[in-house]
Design a protein around this ligand. Sequence first.
Ligand SMILES: [Zn+2]
Ligand SMILES: [Zn+2]
Length: 163
Amino acid sequence: MQIRVSEIGPEGLAVDETLSVEALAEIFAGDLPTSFSPVNPAACTGLVRMTGLDVMVQIDCTLRLATDCANCLEQFELDVPVGFSLTLRPATQTMAKDAELTAEDLDEASYSGDKVELFRLLHDQIILALPMFPRCSVPCMGLCPNCGGKLNTSDCTCERDSD
Ligand SMILES: [Zn+2]
Ligand SMILES: [Zn+2]
């Protein structure tokens, strides 16, 4: 999943890539292990184009994932949309700037030479798109604080105050 900058024409270059379940699993087991696992391969489409020396990358995909509900701990499946557009500056220009990260840098990355590694960009954006507290349903009732039973499936028979 690499793009050659020299191959980006005036109309841009269409992106049409499928992330395999294996590639996705690798992302979720990576530097920041997550509780997510891929259910299906993910089709990613978008466009890469040049603005002067900058490379603009715009990609959209939807991931079908399985994870544990943060509330009731049941495993469930969810769709996580990942959509982003990034401006990549040539590496030399970025290096000349202050080495310190600014808020701007969160939306800005760089490319060096003739290559843009789309997989690396997707990797970071997918991690960012993952919900911190995934919920199996709205509203998920969670667990009973008293007996730990699952309130969604009424495992719990505790009496509750109706207030
Ligand atoms: Zn739940
Ligand atoms: Zn209970």
